[in-house]
Ligand binder design. Structure first.
Ligand code: PLP
Length: 439
């Protein structure tokens, strides 16, 4: 978020002709980018301006705090520390051991978990490490189908998860578009998975973790909960936590949790060694200590009472948007939302999700297209558009503004090819964007 840029502790640090630095690389607050590389500087600032003038409804994006960003641009970028706190393959790790331990302790406290690994570079490697830790290549995994709202790493044909494991899928009920635990259990009994994955990228309802645990127990499978999207809601107690039920829980830290790009694995103590070994040395090398410091800050921020207020507002804004859209004649998958996202379905329209997402971009509403349950269109275009409220809520958006956005989306949906109409709607979007905090 915007704040006055603090001055460099040591001033500008240009590279000298011999390639060495005059001072301390990465001093907190130093900003030589504009002089070193005006082209990249201009592109970054242009993109920041784009964010400020538009409304970001991409469900997986969020604006993190300046404190988190400060960690990411700190000198910690320099450090190699393969291993774990107290057991490293490098020297000079006293402070970074403390940083990683702080991040681990805070993650455990925040989510009430027995063990935490804060090193995964991102959500996909976190899932890969978790599967490597818990099962063997060739074992059967059972996850939500990508076209129904699951993630690539839950067994998609194009992902490592189906190349290294035998991937099977469950779906939502075609009528209600809700998870149907009887159907999940029937599939589980048929395919006998070693591992069941609960969690999704585009499912807008509360997930019943205990129901998944019971199914896993009945077929003798392990249970992994992937809360990449809803981690902020879970941390704040606005969505039930899977931690008591799952053998392991994976999450990104950069979506609703509002931290740095990265991920986190939580697990029962019995799986701690296997998870740690799977992250390093099996899958990753040196941990990114700047990101780990930023995760520690993110977990601290998520323990503040204001974080719960924020997450409640994320959910109430999503509800207001869904209700406004339905009032405007737009269908919403499963008829609403209980979390931070919703997916509209365009089965009754002659244009695809991709075409509509492009039209919305012209109005300044930034989204991502997706498939919907039972989608007749190809995944490359889809019949859905996914909207999430974490980013606009971080900028201070409220339910009244969500209602206005819903009206703009409904107006755009009348004829997404009418560029003049879209350009007129863009003016209304900019008015709302100007009411919000800048990025
Ligand atoms: N799991 C889920 C449910 C996701 O939605 C995502 C990302 O969108 C991931 C895992 C992967 O995260 P990353 O993009 O950081 O690899």
């Amino acid at each position: 978020m915007t704040s006055a840029r603090s001055g460099s502790m040591l001033g500008e640090l240009p590279l000298q002709a011999n390639g060495t630095r005059q001072g301390f690389a990465g001093s907190v607050g130093s900003d030589p980018l504009q002089s070193v590389d005006p082209a990249v500087w201009a592109l970054i600032h242009g993109d920041r301006e784009r964010h400020t003038r538009t409304l970001n409804f991409i469900a997986s994006e969020n604006y993190t705090s300046q404190a988190v960003l400060e960690c990411l641009s700190s000198h910690l970028n320099v450090k190699y520390a393969e291993g774990y706190p107290g057991a490293r393959y490098y020297q000079g790790v006293g402070q970074v051991d403390d940083i990683e331990q702080l991040a681990i302790d805070r993650a455990r406290e925040l989510f009430g978990a027995e063990h935490a690994n804060v090193q995964p570079y991102s959500g996909s490697p976190a899932n890969m490490a978790t599967y490597f830790a818990l099962i063997q290549p060739g074992d059967t995994i059972l996850g939500m189908d990508l076209s129904q709202g699951g993630h690539l790493t839950h067994g998609s044909p194009v992902s490592f998860s189906s190349k290294l494991f035998k991937a099977e899928h469950y779906s939502v009920d075609p009528g209600t578009e809700l998870l149907d635990h009887d159907q999940v259990e029937a599939v589980a009994k048929r395919v006998q998975p070693r591992l069941i994955i609960a969690g999704a990228s585009a499912y807008s309802r509360i997930i019943d973790w205990k129901a998944f645990r019971d199914i896993a127990d009945r077929v003798g499978a392990l249970l992994v909960a992937d809360i990449a999207h809803i981690a902020g809601l879970v941390a704040a107690g606005v969505h039930p936590s899977p931690v008591p039920f799952a053998d392991a829980v994976t999450t990104t830290t950069h979506k609703s949790l509002r931290g740095p790009r990265g991920a986190l694995i939580l697990c029962k103590a019995e799986h701690a060694k296997a998870i740690d070994r799977a992250v390093f040395p099996m899958l990753q090398g040196g941990p990114h200590l700047s990101a780990i410091a930023a995760k520690a800050v993110c977990f601290k921020e998520a323990m503040e009472p204001s974080f719960r207020v924020y997450q409640e507002r994320v959910a109430s804004n999503a509800r207001a948007l869904a209700e406004g859209l339905m009032r405007g004649g737009i269908q919403v998958v499963s008829g609403g939302t209980e979390n931070h996202l919703l997916v509209i379905k365009l089965l009754d329209r002659e244009y695809s999700g991709k075409a509509f997402a492009r039209a919305l971009e012209r109005t300044g509403i930034i989204t991502s297209f997706s498939t919907i349950p039972g989608d007749p269109r190809k995944p490359g275009v889809g019949s859905g558009v996914r909207f999430g409220t974490p980013a606009v809520t971080s900028r201070g958006a409220d339910e009244r503004q969500m209602q206005r956005v819903a009206e703009i989306i409904a107006a755009a949906a009348e004829d997404p090819t009418d560029e003049a109409a879209l350009d007129r709607l863009r003016i209304e979007v900019e008015v709302i964007a100007r009411e919000l905090q800048s990025v």
